[in-house]
Design a protein around this ligand. Structure first.
Ligand code: SF4
Length: 474
């Protein structure tokens, strides 16, 4: 069944329309094939030959972690929604009815958690700058329009409005000039995060048009340029054997030689993503330019609950020159019921993985929630005056004074996000809520989680550009 194929060197994507042409398609049961055809109407589906040939162990499908990561599964929708959609897709074939149902399901899935559409978009002359987010005072996020897709799509991704044509939900910017002009007016900004989708989907010439203006006079205050990417896992050939890979590395060198810190924020979900020789070469070639490669990713049920996988990932990364950076808590978007893990369990997994690795891998932080007020890490579970508590702190915050201030929440074995937590010691609000004057509200009056109750909410950072997990701007 698992006929080995040579490691692909030419990028070959597969979507719902073309997946049946892949040699592995016939290895799936009719039920699994049906789930891909049905659920991919809601969750965008894209994979590629490298992911299918090198990363998925087809003997373990459907439980293989990378299969779960990239192939839609029926349990990612509630049973009634799956049945409704299945009926429309397979039997009635009513495009208008499918579109209506799909839109309703997507809106239920909270496509832009944590006020991304409302609270982080900078304005000039009272006009929003599309394609930019400015959440933390020192960091601006830039979403180049050509980087709003990925080499494969993660089923948990919170950036999925980017891929499914929900135009009013998209961030993009046709030009880098708005970014540069904005940065010139913001001398306190030291960091730019270029994100997506996945900016590394762009060719080197397009990336040059974004990066080189950031090296120009007038932007000396920009010290760190980060690029969020999942290409290191989904298409490491981008740094090794694509026709402009060498040009890409020369571009990285120019950024470094201009005195900037270039940080590639590599989104990894599982140790298997760093086992292939081409993936290891990619790391070496990136760090060989003087750029840094930081490893980050979300903790996701069905995909990477095994602490040994995290320990192997961080250990291999360190050996190759990468820096373990973040383990994120899966955020409240997409099929979250399917992927979420309780915070208590997330903490246990992090602790166990952390205890297995050398001190050099303990640069990693987590489990961290990119929530509306900032990035909150679970430091531990403690008992104070007989009360079992989560010890928490901000690693990054909307108000810089909140950073590294320890605070406590009542232990809750079921809680999966910050806004499920209640303050400790009988208080009715966390310190940051009192300092903010109460809850903030998003569109439609939706409470975004400064409050310890109500809907979940998450952040405004960048994922892999990528990574419903990942990156964020801290
Ligand atoms: S998590 Fe990153 S790589 Fe995955 S689909 Fe989302 S943006 Fe793309």
């Amino acid at each position: 069944m698992t006929t080995p194929a040579p490691t692909p060197s030419k990028f070959k994507p597969y979507t719902r329309q073309t997946i049946a042409t892949a040699r592995q398609w016939d290895w799936l049961t009719p039920e699994l094939q049906e789930a891909v055809q049905v659920v991919s109407h809601v969750l965008p589906f894209r994979t590629n030959a490298y992911v299918m040939d090198e990363l998925i162990d087809w003997n373990r499908v459907p439980d293989d972690p990378i299969y779960r990561l990239t192939f839609p599964h029926r349990d990612m929708l509630p049973a009634h929604e799956y049945e409704q959609l299945r009926e429309l897709v397979l039997h009635k074939k009513d495009d208008a009815a499918i579109a209506r149902l799909v839109h309703g399901i997507r809106m239920r899935m909270n496509p832009h958690p944590a006020g991304q559409m409302t609270h982080n978009v900078p304005r000039v002359n009272d006009a929003p700058l599309k394609g930019l987010q400015h959440k933390y005072k020192e960091t601006v996020l830039f979403f180049p329009s050509a980087g709003q897709t990925c080499h494969a799509y993660c089923t948990f991704c919170f950036r999925w409005p980017q891929f499914v044509g929900m135009e009013d939900m998209k961030f993009d910017a046709r030009e880098c000039s708005e970014l540069v002009n904005y940065l010139k007016t913001q001398p306190q900004v030291t960091d730019v995060l270029i994100t997506g989708g996945d900016p590394m989907i762009m060719n080197t010439r397009s990336l040059t048009e974004i990066l080189e203006p950031l090296l120009a006079p007038g932007l000396e205050h920009i010290q760190n340029i980060r690029i969020g990417t999942k290409s290191v896992a989904y298409w490491p050939q981008r740094f090794v054997s694509d026709k402009d890979s060498d040009d890409l590395l020369r571009l990285f060198e120019r950024v470094v030689n201009a005195g900037k810190n270039l940080a590639i924020m590599g989104h990894y979900n599982h140790a298997v993503e760093l086992r292939a020789s081409v993936a290891q070469q990619a790391v070496k070639r990136i760090v060989g330019t003087g750029a840094t490669l930081r490893m980050q990713g979300p903790l996701i049920r069905h995909i990477n609950e095994d602490p040994k996988s995290w320990a192997e990932l961080w250990t291999t990364g360190v050996r190759l020159g990468a820096i373990p950076y973040y383990m994120f808590v899966e955020r409240d978007t997409g099929p979250r019921d399917y992927f979420a893990l309780p915070l208590a369990r997330a903490h246990e997994i992090f602790q166990e993985a952390y205890s297995m690795v050398s001190g050099l891998s303990r640069t990693v932080r987590g489990p961290s929630m990119s929530a509306f007020p900032g990035k909150v890490v679970i430091d531990g579970v403690v008992t104070i005056n007989g009360e079992k508590l989560f010890a928490l702190q901000f690693l990054q915050a909307r108000n810089p004074d909140w950073v590294r201030r320890p605070f406590f929440a009542r232990y809750d074995a079921e809680a999966t996000w910050l806004d499920h937590l209640k303050p400790a010691f009988g208080r009715d609000r966390f310190f940051f809520e009192m300092e903010s004057g109460g809850p903030l509200r998003g569109p439609g009056g939706r409470v975004i989680p400064l409050v310890p109750s109500g809907q979940h909410g998450a952040h405004a950072g960048a994922d892999c550009g990528s990574a419903a997990a990942e990156s964020d701007a801290a």
